[in-house]
Write a protein that binds this ligand. Sequence first.
Ligand code: KPL
Length: 309
Amino acid sequence: MSNTANPTWSILGAGAIGSLWACYAQRSGHNTELIFRDRRSLAAYRQHGGIRFTANGQTDLLNIAARCPATITAPIQHLLITTKAQQTLTALAAIAEYIQPDASLVLLQNGLGIAEQVQQQFPEARLFKASTTEGAYRPSRFAVVHAGRGQTLIGSAADKADAIAQSLSFAPLTVSPNDNIDAVLWRKLAINCAINPLTVIHRCRNGELLDKPEALAQIASVVEEILQLSKILNFDQELANLHQQVLDVARATANNRSSMLQDIESGKETEIEAITGYLCRLAAKQGLHLPANQLLLDEVQRISLQNRV
Ligand code: KPL
């Protein structure tokens, strides 16, 4: 029952957010498929019997269709990309032959700097960028918990996003078109830079940062540097009240472990390169050094190296 208004969405990246979208798509009767990295992960998924999905205190095992690059047979016209930023290009290269030239590609991930490279790899594709504050985490492999409601915005420099937003709104998830998605993503990057690395360094939940004078001082310095860079890039209007907003997000998500801390705790590669790394590289191109952010980057890289399993 795939058609223009109700397309089949292939989902690349079965992390928390990819699994969340896949589960709600399946629940609401839409065609969807998860694309796993290789035959081994696909076999492990099949062995597990599906994704164990928990929402509103209820858990179900959802047997969502799944493939890996070697088992894809049909062309891909609608692709939701929820891999980690640094894994995107390799994951896309593995399925590139199936992606239709004019496919709709939606990037829904933390960090910046990948969209331009994806557009280069698929020059005729309709590329959309999205950002979500839906709260989801994976208590174990092939399991996802929808922990808190949030907002999801989508936009594109070249296209209207209304139809795509609608087709990705699998109830109760709602995706809204946004005319200034780059500003939304810049703000999200800034908030991620101010919270995520510090939760790793202090090994604490988001809200616990607010009780630590040292962390509060670090947040203030990180924010100050981001505002400096944003001014040079003419992005400063987008960041009005950034400092207050960071504190609000830490308070609103007080009980959560940031995605970066979750990665560290499960021995996975973090997204530090696409978050603070991207910020520091962008600053360097402008001849600007961001010492507080650089320190967090170095420190998280050091912790990750010690930590990888
Ligand atoms: O987006 C987040 C994450 O965990 O990645 C939070 C902590 C809410 C903001 O940085």
